[in-house]
Write a protein that binds this ligand. Structure first.
Ligand SMILES: Cc1cc2nc3c(=O)[nH]c(=O)nc-3n(C[C@H](O)[C@H](O)[C@H](O)COP(=O)(O)OP(=O)(O)OC[C@H]3O[C@@H](n4cnc5c(N)ncnc54)[C@H](O)[C@@H]3O)c2cc1C
Ligand SMILES: NC(=O)c1ccc[n+]([C@@H]2O[C@H](COP(=O)([O-])OP(=O)(O)OC[C@H]3O[C@@H](n4cnc5c(N)ncnc54)[C@H](O)[C@@H]3O)[C@@H](O)[C@H]2O)c1
Length: 582
């Protein structure tokens, strides 16, 4: 199968992909054949932390040649044209792709004193800044305000009266676009200021440690690099049979421009993009119909959180849905006819329904953008387009052996399609290049869906944890707390929400935390940091939280956990008493 996909100004043909991998971390299951994407568990923002990184880097920036890197003589030399690796290098590190992954790696590389270049074929910032996290969060900020201002019941409960709230579509669109421009500028300036060479053009590998780049239609230039990092990201995946015209049938790339607000829109796919856009569209007045291939909405979330999300984010809104169906064919609106969507049963492929709507947003996952990278020249075979890597992000060749000095980070390796994961992988790679072994614990990487209220998560879902427990022979327990008992949430009149922790009662290890509620995206970090640091519940349950804050939801959660040793502590005196009285 082949699908035409666009990335920024480019168009490419990508092989359509096989399996949907649900969940990540320790347990996963391959289900249903449609679409290319990774696990559906995680996220948040990343290139955005670049400002903080920038400050850190500026203060410590001192270009040095790390002895353990062995960067060699860095003066410019001609690359070997015979496929052999060069002996001397123009750069310590060349990164292909200036998205948030590439940016994170570049900044960390200069901090480590590595001579660094980044090659970008479109615009700096990649998906997250230009077509992803940044503009979508700007639209979601408007969605949140509109919801609040139009929720009479909520405002009345707080004693507030306001007139009818309204919005200007173009100004909302401008807000999203302006924010992307601003953050793009920040990213570009941070790299320039620190001495990262930004090379413009499409990069590809011509031999080990040799990269050529150039603008399409112009002659290529060649650079040699001791280490190459592929960070070429991803593009929307459009299943075969769906015709995207960019006007009435579109992907997130188009939707973020908010060129119009359809009265009725079908969103194909109820993952992150589908859910976030349903929040935006319903706040701005659209009716939404979800089409989801798997048997329930939001199939990648912890099932209990998914159910609650359906009760809070779907049922009370102008949203209906069809689950267990594939959008087999979608035809854009033409000649006065609406968009036509033919649905078939996912399992039997029997025709189920035909929808006629004003617009369709295709949110069915993303495909790696790795074609034309020249990987075949160095014996690397992509898997469904993804670059195979080991736990250190080192690229694996066709025999499964690590290719020396070649790494791949971010969406292009498909491990976890999140901005901050891309950036964290980049930093981890640079640490290794600088001589310090580093393996990113992906189970500690949080994710968030920025709906109102937000959903966040880290680690395993309950079914994943239980499956792992069965496999490895340990008991799994679950603790829960509600936002309804939290003073701050109630003061805000935002008591709907749940926090859930999955853990090992024998060791106190936190296996996963899932939150649905006000500011869940910010709250998750106490749990993700605990997992990253290897802290157990025992370590954090006595940590003090300010009152009244939302963080007390997590405080309660940690305190609600029942560890085996605590049962033992209660039982021991009884046993002692019995033995004494006997
Ligand atoms: C609508 C939407 C919302 C999202 N929201 C969030 C969110 O809130 N939080 C979150 O964590 N994640 C979010 N994501 C996911 C996030 O955007 C991606 O995970 C992240 O951008 C991946 O970063 P990357 O550096 O791997 O790739 P990209 O950001 O895709 O960057 C890759 C760059 O490489 C360039 N490139 C590609 N090939 C070449 C080549 N051969 N030569 C030179 N340059 C090349 C591209 O032009 C691009 O600039 C969202 C995604 C979408 C679509
Ligand atoms: N807040 C965030 O962090 C955020 C926001 C947006 C996107 N993202 C990232 O972008 C990536 C892509 O997001 P996404 O929502 O497109 O993908 P996704 O993988 O999150 O969800 C895709 C959904 O589409 C369904 N699907 C696939 N093919 C289908 C078909 N033919 N018909 C009907 N349903 C179908 C899948 O079952 C799944 O539920 C994600 O991996 C996510 O990590 C993150």
């Amino acid at each position: 199968m082949e699908a035409m996909l666009t990335c920024g100004n480019w168009t490419q043909t990508l092989g359509c992909v096989g399996k949907v991998r649900l969940g990540g971390g320790g347990v996963s299951s391959d289900k249903t054949v449609f679409g290319a994407h990774n696990g559906l568990r995680r996220s948040s923002s990343a290139g955005l932390s670049s400002v903080a990184k920038e400050l850190r880097v500026v203060s410590s920036f001192r270009r040095r040649q790390a002895a353990n890197v062995g960067a060699g003589d860095l003066s410019v030399r001609a690359a070997s044209g015979n496929g052999a690796a060069p002996k001397q290098f123009d750069y310590d590190v060349v990164i292909i792709g200036a998205g948030v992954g590439g940016h994170g790696a570049a900044l960390h590389a200069v901090e480590k004193g590595l001579k660094t270049a980044i090659i970008e074929g479109d615009v700096v910032g990649g998906t997250c800044v230009n077509r992803g996290c940044v503009p979508s969060k700007a639209l979601l900020a408007v969605s949140g305000r509109m919801r609040e201002l139009r929720d009479e019941h909520h405002l009345k409960a707080l004693g507030i009266q306001v007139g009818a709230a309204n919005f200007d579509r173009q100004s909302v669109a401008d807000h999203a676009n302006n924010l992307a421009t601003k953050i793009r500028g920040n990213l570009t300036n941070s790299m320039k200021a620190l001495g990262v060479d930004i090379l413009t053009g499409v990069g590809s590998i011509v031999a080990p440690q040799v990269v050529k780049y150039g603008k399409i239609g112009f002659s290529d230039k060649t650079v040699t690099a001791r280490n190459i990092i592929i960070a070429t990201g991803s593009v929307p995946f459009v299943p075969p049979g769906i015709e995207v015209d960019g006007k009435t049938v579109f992907t997130s790339d188009h939707a973020l421009k908010l060129e119009w607000i359809p009265d009725w829109i079908t969103i194909v796919g109820s993952g992150y993009i589908g859910l976030e856009f349903s929040d935006v569209y319903t706040a701005l007045g659209s009716e939404v119909t979800f089409v989801e291939a798997l048997d329930g909405l939001m199939p990648g979330f912890d099932p209990e959180i998914g159910k609650l999300a359906q009760r809070i984010l779907i049922n009370p809104r102008k949203i209906d849905y069809h689950v267990g169906v594939l959008a087999k064919k979608i035809t854009p609106a033409k000649d006065g006819k609406p968009v036509q969507i033919e649905l078939v049963d996912t399992k039997t492929k029997e025709p189920k329904d035909i929808l006629e709507v004003d617009a369709a947003l295709i949110a069915t996952g993303r495909s790696p953008f790795t074609k034309g990278l020249g990987l075949e020249k160095i014996n690397v075979t992509t898997q469904r387009g993804f670059v195979p890597v080991d736990e250190r992000m080192q690229v694996l060749d066709s025999e499964g052996k690590p290719v020396p000095h070649l790494y791949c980070i971010g969406d292009a390796n498909g491990k976890m399609m999140l901005a901050h994961a891309a950036s964290a992988q980049g930093i981890s790679v640079i640490e290794q290049i600088a001589g310090r072994d580093n393996i990113l614990n992906h189970n500690s990487v949080p994710a968030a869906c920025f709906t109102h209220p937000e959903i966040s998560m880290v680690g395993l879902t309950e079914p994943q944890a239980r499956a792992l427990g069965t496999e490895e022979g340990f008991k799994v327990s679950v603790a829960k707390t509600s936002f309804k008992a939290n003073t701050k949430a109630l003061a805000e009149n935002e008591g709907e929400g749940l926090a859930k922790m999955i853990y090992r009662p024998d060791t106190g290890e936190i296996l996963g935390v899932h939150i649905l509620g006000l500011h869940a995206a910010d709250l998750i970090h106490e749990a993700s940091n605990a997992i990253a640091m290897g802290n157990t519940i025992r370590d954090i349950k006595f940590a003090v939280h300010a009152h009244p804050t939302l963080s007390e939801v997590l405080d309660e959660l940690f305190k609600a956990a029942k560890l085996d040793e605590e049962h033992a502590a209660v039982e021991t005196p009884k046993e002692v008493l019995e033995s004494v009285s006997a």
